[in-house]
Design a protein around this ligand. Structure first.
Ligand code: SF4
Ligand code: SF4
Length: 304
């Protein structure tokens, strides 16, 4: 069984309890304006280019079968993405690592081999493996196989998900996931569609079903100024908290701008207005206090 991933991060401490290895799967049905992993949206491999790393050797120009690369007058490679059909030939000759193909097919065994290297750390810290993305449910068979393999080795498993999937896909994973890190991005249905490209109805339906079936769920709420960081949405989070009494907690994820530099690497459009800035700590504290006053258990609010 193989799947397509774009990264494996060892020693992760923000994707579930303890020290973890996070596996990032490619492909996502949503396209959130504030996406911090934009290379996870497309299911296809993508070429990353960082001109500042280019040393002007010209090797990539020689090997590109599509004529998508040339050297400009300053001796830097320029990439015409319109002509590129990612094949990785240029990346394989770029010693400066200015070019890199992101997205590779791997087997469950290969991933598990990397994950198991740190099992002593998981045991000492209560950690394990987290599947993230992109959206792991975009590759349900691979996700299930990887979670099953991790479980068979006694690892704690987390699934980070937008919840936008057929219920069957989530149901199939019920016995394989120790903790769901479940996104709740926007309460207002129309705004949800505007911010993410998809409706929140199936996401909420799946959340309620998971809760009904006794899954352990931590709600994760990205908080984006000028977008969902509004009282109405905080009230929506509190309402959900009251409705679903077995939720373990709510984690607020304040907006940051790390994803923006990635957009440039992949030639993707930045759809966030320049005016949107990461919130100040006192603003985040205000959200936490507001939710806490409504009885919500807020966990780990500041990750910046
Ligand atoms: S990935 Fe292939 S087609 Fe695209 S620029 Fe590199 S060599 Fe050319
Ligand atoms: S191979 Fe790499 S370093 Fe050389 S010109 Fe191309 S991008 Fe620049």
């Amino acid at each position: 069984m193989t799947g397509r991933i774009f990264d494996i991060q060892r020693f992760s401490i923000h994707d579930g309890p303890g020290i973890r290895t996070t596996v990032f799967l490619k492909g996502c049905p949503l396209a959130c304006l504030w996406c911090q992993n934009p290379e996870g949206i497309s299911p296809e491999p993508q070429l990353s280019y960082l001109p500042e790393k280019c040393i002007g050797c010209g090797e990539c120009v020689k090997v590109c079968p599509r004529g998508a690369l040339a050297l400009n007058r300053t001796g830097k490679a320029v990439l015409a993405r319109y002509y590129c059909q990612p094949c990785s030939r240029c990346a394989s000759v770029c010693d400066a690592q200015a070019l890199e193909l992101v997205g590779r097919d791997v087997s469950v065994t290969e991933v598990l081999e990397v994950v198991l290297r740190d099992r002593d750390y998981y045991a000492a810290s209560g950690g394990g493996i987290t599947l993230s993305g992109g959206e792991p449910l975009f590759q349900p068979a691979f996700t299930g196989a990887l979670l099953g393999a991790a479980r068979s080795k006694g690892l704690h498993t987390c699934l980070e998900t937008s919840g936008f999937a057929e219920w069957k896909e989530l149901e199939n994973l019920l016995g394989l996931v120790d903790l769901f890190l479940y996104d709740y991005k926007e309460t207002d249905p129309q705004l949800h569609e505007r911010f993410t490209g998809k409706a929140n109805k199936p996401i909420l339906e799946n959340l309620r079903r998971l809760h009904e079936r006794g899954a352990k769920i931590l709600l994760r709420c990205p908080m984006i100024p000028e977008h969902n960081a509004r009282q109405e949405h905080l009230d929506g989070i509190a309402t959900l908290w009251r409705e679903l009494p077995r939720l373990l907690g709510v984690e607020l994820l304040p907006y940051h701008r790390l994803g923006r530099s990635k957009l440039r690497r992949f030639g993707l459009q930045d759809r966030m207005p320049e005016s949107v800035k990461p919130p100040e700590p006192e603003t985040v504290n205000g959200w936490v206090k507001y939710l806490a006053a409504k009885g919500v258990r807020v966990i780990n609010p500041i990750r910046a």
